[in-house]
Design a protein around this ligand. Structure first.
Ligand SMILES: Nc1ncnc2c1ncn2[C@@H]1O[C@H](COP(=O)(O)OP(=O)(O)OP(=O)(O)O)[C@@H](O)[C@H]1O
Ligand SMILES: [Mg+2]
Length: 130
């Protein structure tokens, strides 16, 4: 199993802590580890663009080269549910783009750890009538 999806219901329940711990353990085994936070909300503006702390923590725990945009293709500033942030920013989340980033990382790593946003059933797209 080369891909691991780390999720759980609610914010602050330990997804990032667990993902970083898994990355540390896999690195200690001599394995190549990539991490992803495909969709993040709650981000800050930096000279290099929006940055999310989870994505930065995951990048720091990885040991294969990756750009920020590969690790976190969709980064929204407000700390609200990502599908609502995407709607407000008029930036639809393209699942193919997420899959492409995953495949790029998977080609460089033995394992890719992917941290979800919110909980199990958080949608990526707003309802059609919103
Ligand atoms: N070693 C530790 N022991 C106990 N609690 C810890 C430890 N390290 C971190 N925590 C706490 O555990 C919680 C887990 O936070 P974490 O950021 O991993 O959650 P998350 O599920 O990734 O949240 P988000 O939805 O924002 O991504 C935080 O409140 C953090 O302060
Ligand atoms: Mg997190």
């Amino acid at each position: 199993m080369s891909g691991l999806f780390i999720t759980g219901t609610d914010t602050g329940m330990g997804k990032t802590v667990v993902a970083v711990a898994l990355a540390n353990a896999l690195r200690a085994e001599g394995l190549r580890v990539a991490c992803m936070k495909p969709v993040a909300s709650g981000s800050r503006t930096t000279p290099r663009g929006l940055r999310n702390d989870d994505a930065l923590a995951l990048m720091a725990a990885a040991n294969v080269a990756a750009t920020y945009e590969e690790v976190n293709p969709y980064c929204f500033q407000p700390a609200i549910a990502p599908h609502l942030a995407a709607r407000d920013a008029a930036v639809p989340i393209d699942v193919d783009r997420l899959v492409n980033c995953y495949r790029l990382l998977a080609g460089r790593a033995d394992h890719v750890l992917v941290e979800g946003a919110g909980g199990w059933r958080l949608p990526l797209h707003p309802p059609p009538d919103s």
